[in-house]
Design a protein around this ligand. Structure first.
Ligand SMILES: [Zn+2]
Length: 309
């Protein structure tokens, strides 16, 4: 299998990149991947990644599901409980930052369509993209939503959307530059781009090191610090207007990380680590385990041309 080896940072194109840690794929392959760091913009990325054609096998987690025990069950149950709560929070946030009760939304990486459906219920005109066929079927079955393939993104015309959301999605996208350029094209002037990703500069990431579950190699190709995210937006015609903490992620990530580090999920220890991490983020939401970045499309973008090597 041919692997993609980066010789430059995908965010700032800097060449000062070096390995910082080796992380293991705990959910599917047990393979080890090297995570590299860019000295210029502090972006991190998984090095020597499978190509877009080959990464599908790393998403086949039937082992993980069939071997799940009751403790994994607790993690999963909590995850779904929290997800239902956060759906409402996300919907209100989107309405607030766009200043719109209703509008045109593009939700990329819609999964089984829960967020797309929530926005549709609120009267939004929602276009949702999802690569996974099983997820698309679920969305159709559960909500009657017709999700489309991500390649559709490159067919929309300019100024098509008031808002674009990517909830824990962009870290999975192979061609960051092509995506960012296209997002800027299809969103209207002053439109809002909402990107949620894990934050490796959070305290829980430091606590767990290579066991930090949100590295999730090789499915997570990119690992953002708040400043590298801001730089990426800026280089592609977006201005960072706000950041929001995702408080529940610290607990969920800590529970998985406990399992990876010690072979079993330790509920109390995970809650404690999650709490400690969130405590540090109270005064600075950019320290939270996962961060929501809200960008505004800039009215004028400079003549920046990205070239692939
Ligand atoms: Zn960089």
């Amino acid at each position: 299998m041919s692997l993609i080896h980066y010789t430059r940072c995908a965010v700032c194109l800097g060449k000062h990149i070096h390995p910082v840690l080796d992380a293991k794929d705990h959910t599917v392959s047990e393979s080890v991947f090297s995570i590299w760091h860019c000295k210029d913009c502090s972006f991190r990325f998984t090095q020597d990644i499978p190509s877009i054609e080959n990464i599908g096998t790393y998403y086949q987690s039937t082992n993980y599901i069939s071997h799940s025990n009751t403790k994994k069950g607790i993690v999963n149950k909590l995850y779904h409980l929290v997800r239902n709560y956060t759906l409402g929070t996300k919907a209100r946030l989107l309405q607030k930052v766009t200043g719109l009760e209703k509008g045109n939304l593009l939700d990329i990486g819609a999964g089984t369509g829960a967020f797309a459906n929530t926005m549709k219920q609120k009267g939004w005109n929602v276009t949702a993209l999802e690569p996974d066929a099983i997820a698309r079927n679920e969305a159709q079955k559960n909500y009657g939503l017709e999700l489309e393939l991500p390649a559709r993104l490159f067919e929309f015309g300019p100024n098509s959307f008031d808002a674009i959301s990517m909830w824990h999605v962009i870290e999975h996208v192979h061609d960051l530059v092509a995506y960012m350029r296209q997002l800027n094209k299809v969103i209207r002037d002053k439109g809002r781009l909402i990107i949620a990703v894990p934050n490796y500069t959070a305290a829980d990431a430091a606590t767990y090191g290579k066991y930090w579950a949100a590295y999730d190699v090789p499915r997570h190709l990119h690992h953002f610090s708040p400043s590298s995210m801001e730089i990426m937006g800026d280089l592609h015609g977006f201005r960072l207007v706000a950041t929001k903490a995702m408080w529940f992620d610290a607990y969920y990530v800590a529970m998985l990380s406990e399992q990876y580090k010690n072979g079993r999920p330790h509920l109390i220890r995970a809650l404690w680590q999650g709490l400690k991490s969130n405590f540090k983020a109270i005064s600075n939401e950019k320290k939270c385990s996962s961060v929501i970045y809200i960008f505004e499309k800039k009215l004028f973008i400079g003549p920046i041309e990205f070239q692939k090597e």
